[in-house]
Design a protein. Structure first.
Length: 232
């Protein structure tokens, strides 16, 4: 067995965590969470639930968007003392539509190793069951709420590749109405509550899905939205 030497040194491990089903945590991710000295996390309450499920107890350092700069300074202090750290978000991979990128840059600029520990991702989970042809797609994450939103919608309408978006439950109906205006002929697949008990996949035109969501009312759970050319 080959042992990677930097896993014995002070380092920041960027660990993907489950997007819903806690059983999707990887064995390597669990091992490192048990071995590090502290864990930087988007929400300490959410991470505490994950750690409790796996009977892990570690000091937690808040690292949401507002606290990321302060967390970066603290992380560098701890790394300078020879401690190893983990970075997690509430779900999925840190830095992918989640906080973490500024912390990673600061730690790397300070001369410390940053090690990816891959795992669950809403993006790849959705793509694996979307049934899309071809090998290219455009990932936009969350669209801007205001400035730049209309420009992004027009770009999606003109895009020939599938476009992957994330959207919150209280904005999903607005997104479907906007796509009905800008890209009515596109085929849209909505993935809701991926890996959770009430996981659901909805397929149709923007207008069809808008009507469905209005009928359902009070959409819950974050959405992965796949917008593809009509007929895909």
């Amino acid at each position: 067995m080959t042992v990677v030497l930097y896993e014995r040194m002070a380092a920041l491990y960027v660990i993907a965590t489950p997007i819903g089903n806690l059983e999707d945590m990887t064995l390597r991710g669990l091992r490192i969470l048990r071995e590090v000295d502290a864990i930087l996390c988007e929400d300490t309450r959410v991470t505490a639930k994950l750690l409790s499920f796996y009977e892990i107890s570690k000091p937690l350092i808040r690292c949401d968007e507002a606290a990321e700069e302060k967390a970066a300074h603290r992380a560098i202090e701890l790394l300078s003392e020879g401690q190893s750290l983990a970075l997690v978000s509430d779900a999925g991979t840190p830095g992918v539509s989640d906080p973490g990128s500024r912390l990673v840059r600061a730690v790397r600029d300070a001369g410390y190793a940053v090690v990816p520990v891959p795992g669950a991702s809403a993006l790849t989970a959705a793509l694996s069951v979307a049934g899309l042809d071809g090998h290219e797609f455009l990932f936009l994450g969350f669209l801007p709420h205001k400035k730049g939103r209309q420009t992004a919608l027009k770009a999606i309408a003109a895009e020939e590749r599938p476009v992957i978006l994330y959207e919150s439950p209280h904005r999903i109906e607005k997104l479907m109405s906007e796509l009905t205006t800008h890209a009515p002929e596109k085929s849209v697949t909505l993935f809701r509550e991926l890996t959770k008990l009430y996981e659901e996949t909805l397929v149709g035109t923007p207008q069809e899905l808008w009507a469905r969501l209005e009928t359902d009312g009070n959409a819950r759970g974050e959405f992965v939205v796949v917008v593809a050319p009509g007929g895909e």
